[in-house]
Design a protein around this ligand. Structure first.
Ligand code: ADP
Ligand code: ASP
Ligand code: MG
Length: 422
């Protein structure tokens, strides 16, 4: 079981999560629970680091960030003991989550679960601090924001149960972020591929890495509310979903920045050099656009988006190249967002893009950059336009909870009935 930050935010919620764990134990299960840091704890820790340093050292950042999850686990263990069951809290390191050495975005290499197994054998409930591990160099690492989902999926794979149950503060995965679109509907079933695109484009309900891990290892996820017993969303293989609706969900992110390089020489190798420099600075580049000069010997422009937090690292890396490559100018635009339409049904239906762009045009939203994959269309827009764009698409593609799709009536495009959790 995994409980997210909102689900353990205060004393009452910790008690509720602990109660849920104890019910599972009393139903005869051996339980390993992964907890996130309480409420906004991780944000507060990040802010603390920024108060004292412009560029916090990554190793020390991980020492700091990993504390939030320890608090949740220790408190939950206390409650479970009070409820009459034995329990033990473990840090990621104690739980045997072995990672590589990329601080603040480490990857899990291996789970060495002897200590968890021994505790389970001794009749204890095991509470594992999410989002963290220990590197091959024996330092504490963290797995990237939202990483407790990945801890849960990795442990699940190790222990192998039917569904990896991820408890969160919403009823499941929705057709859009319910904070932006109150009429969004809960999706009963989503395929790994769709969930990958959704997580990659801003649906923070499941961390991207956890979905990658789940898909690669065939771990089926049941993402559900920690506040009630209703079934949530099942994230399963494509073969377990039926024919999909055209558009499944609208996702967004608001923490993007755009960087534009002007007057680049139009010679082979320039783009490679630019992106190699960004990769060396560990900057993840998302959307890339380059135009060709009109005439022979002309200069080219190139734009790309990066996470806003990485803008400075990106610009620093590019400044180094400026003279070497003869880059005319480096311009940054920090107030960008991205909206995406995701749906496996798009593969076989032309015309989704045309409709998507028309809807944004009618809503007066200026599209700054576009990229597509077989099951996704993404547009970079001004951050202030994100909400309007999401709501416009959600309504236009009939995703609202009360919209009746023609397919519903025909009955042949519906997602399958969710598999029964056993
Ligand atoms: P946890 O602390 O449980 O890990 P998160 O805050 O990481 O919770 O994820 C849950 C939040 O994800 C929801 O409160 C919701 O605002 C947001 N969210 C964004 N997109 C979606 C979506 N498509 N479906 C459901 N929730 C979404
Ligand atoms: N506490 C970490 C974060 O906020 C990890 C998590 O909640 O999954 O990113
Ligand atoms: Mg989360």
């Amino acid at each position: 079981m995994k409980f997210g930050g909102t689900s353990v935010a205060d004393a009452e919620r910790i008690k509720r999560a602990a109660g849920r764990i104890v019910s599972s134990v009393e139903a005869g299960n051996r339980v390993v629970a992964v907890l996130s840091a309480r409420g906004k704890t991780t944000d507060q820790l990040v802010a603390m680091a920024q108060e004292v340093s412009d560029r916090p050292d990554p190793r020390e950042m991980d020492m700091l960030l990993s504390t939030g999850e320890r608090i949740s686990c220790a408190l939950a263990a206390m409650v479970i003991k009070d409820l009459g069951h034995d329990a033990i809290s473990l840090t990621g390191s104690q739980a045997g989550i072995l990672t590589d050495t990329s601080h603040t975005r480490a990857r899990i290499l291996e789970v060495r679960a002897d200590r968890i197994l021994a505790a389970l054998d001794a009749g204890k409930v095991v509470l594992v601090a999410g989002f963290q591990g220990v590197s091959t160099a024996q330092d504490v690492t963290t797995l990237g924001r939202g990483g407790s989902d990945t801890t849960a999926v990795a442990l699940f794979f190790f222990f192998f149960s039917e569904f990896c149950e991820i408890y969160t503060d919403v009823a499941g995965v929705f057709s859009a972020d319910p904070r932006l679109v109150p009429r969004a509907r809960k999706l009963p079933v989503v395929s790994f591929d769709e969930m990958l695109e959704m997580s990659a484009s801003g649906a923070g309900v499941l961390q991207l890495r956890s979905v990658e891990y789940a898909r690669n290892h065939g771990v089926r996820i049941h993402c559900r509310s920690s506040f009630d017993d209703a079934p949530g969303t099942f994230v399963v293989g494509e073969d377990e979903t039926m024919e999909r609706p055209l558009v499944t969900a609208v996702t967004h992110s608001t923490d993007e920045a755009r960087i534009t390089l002007t007057d680049l020489p139009d010679t082979p190798g320039v783009a490679g050099t630019v992106l190699t420099a960004l990769a060396a600075a560990e900057v993840n580049v998302d959307m890339i656009i380059q135009n060709e000069p009109h005439e022979e010997g002309g200069r080219a422009d190139m734009s790309f988006t990066v996470p806003r937090a990485d803008t400075r690292a990106a610009v620093d890396a590019l400044e180094v190249l400026k003279a070497e490559l003869g880059i005319g100018g480096i311009h940054t635009d920090g107030e960008m967002g991205k909206v995406s339409l995701v749906g496996a049904g798009m593969r076989s239906h032309p015309g989704v893009a045309a409709k998507a762009f028309s809807v944004l045009g009618a809503a007066g939203v200026n599209i700054r950059m576009i990229s597509t994959s077989p099951i996704k269309i993404s547009c970079v827009v001004a951050e202030s336009d994100v909400e309007r764009a999401v709501q416009g698409w959600h309504a236009a593609f009939e995703l609202d909870a009360d919209a009746i799709l023609p397919e519903d009536v025909a009955g042949d495009h519906r997602p399958i009935v969710p598999p029964e959790p056993s």
